[in-house]
Design a protein around this ligand. Structure first.
Ligand code: GUN
Length: 293
């Protein structure tokens, strides 16, 4: 029997709807409107698309969207000054600096200048450290979205063997921390891992986040495993191009128990989780408990 296809698009739409309801409640009961500031430096075409989508979905959820588009030759000082202003602005509850930044800028310095309570990407060392030590934090959006899909699909993750292929700060490492907190047994594999095929074959949960098109074929996957494909790779397909994941979907679907498609799987969850984090950041800034959105 082919795998169940996990519909991240519809899950994300439901999540955004719940967030929008919560935003209405915040406005009517407390007179507060959450605000998200997104900073884009330079003119990377993919980043421009992401930022446009983030802005549109922020407004759709009833939040304020503040977009700051800066030229590619923006200096470190100019960018740090902007972050300082956004930190001080009470109408801004979340700050996101779109990555990658142009090479002359120090991304670590910029990210860590963001007030941790406004760090809706969960990238500051404060939030990364808090996640790793089991303290309340803001969690990186893509792994958070993956965790929601996994819990929805599997319920309790206790004792399951999760293999994450990819060790990035944005996905692989925080994904490992989240799965550990949910009592999974976690292996982080990467491009230098020996016998990657066998490591993948032991996974009840396989999270692929390497950025290599269709790198993981179906015969690497344990029958019945849940496969979360974080990859978004553009490949040419005759005269056109299309998006594929890090997993070879056509062969994997014959083996896995459940699998996320690309597009329409993890991708839509990332922005929905960004909105969820903005709502949480806004509630915390106003001394309100985290509402389960
Ligand atoms: N670039 C690619 N993914 C992300 C992300 O999750 N957050 C930010 N800020 N930039 C990105």
């Amino acid at each position: 029997m082919p795998a169940r296809v996990i519909d991240g698009k519809s899950f994300a739409a439901d999540l955004r709807q719940q967030i929008a309801k919560n935003v209405v409640e915040l406005k009517t009961e407390h007179g507060i409107t959450p605000g998200l500031a997104v900073v884009l430096v330079g003119d990377d075409p993919a980043s421009q698309v992401y930022v446009r989508n983030k802005g549109a979905q922020t407004v759709e959820a009833g939040m304020m969207s503040f977009e700051h588009r800066l030229p590619a030759d923006t200096t470190q000082d100019q960018l740090m000054t902007l972050i300082g202003q956004l930190n001080a602005d009470p109408g801004v509850h979340g700050i996101l600096v779109q990555l990658p930044l142009p090479r002359h800028l120090d991304a670590d310095l910029v990210i860590n200048a963001i007030e941790p309570i406004k760090d809706v990407d969960g990238f500051t060392v404060q939030n990364v450290g808090r996640l790793a030590t089991g303290q309340t934090s803001l969690v990186a959006c893509t792994p958070l979205g993956c965790l929601m899909l996994l819990r929805h699909q599997l319920g309790d993750l206790s004792g399951l063997h999760a293999v994450i292929v990819g060790r990035s700060n944005i996905v692989g490492k925080p994904m490992a921390q989240l799965l550990l907190s949910d009592n999974a047994t976690v292996t982080i594999a990467h491009s230098r891992t020996k016998n990657l095929r066998d490591v993948c074959g032991g996974a009840d949960i396989l999270v692929a986040a390497v950025g290599r098109p269709r790198m993981i074929p179906g015969d690497w996957i344990k029958p019945g495993a849940t496969v979360i494909d974080v990859g978004i790779n553009r490949v040419s397909d005759g005269a056109k191009s299309r998006l594929v994941g890090d997993v070879d979907f056509d062969t994997a679907i014959e083996v896995a128990g459940a699998i996320t498609p690309v597009p329409g799987g993890v991708g839509p969850m990332t922005i929905a989780c960004l909105l969820a984090n903005t709502l949480v950041a806004c509630r915390r800034a106003n001394g309100l408990p985290d509402a389960a959105p």
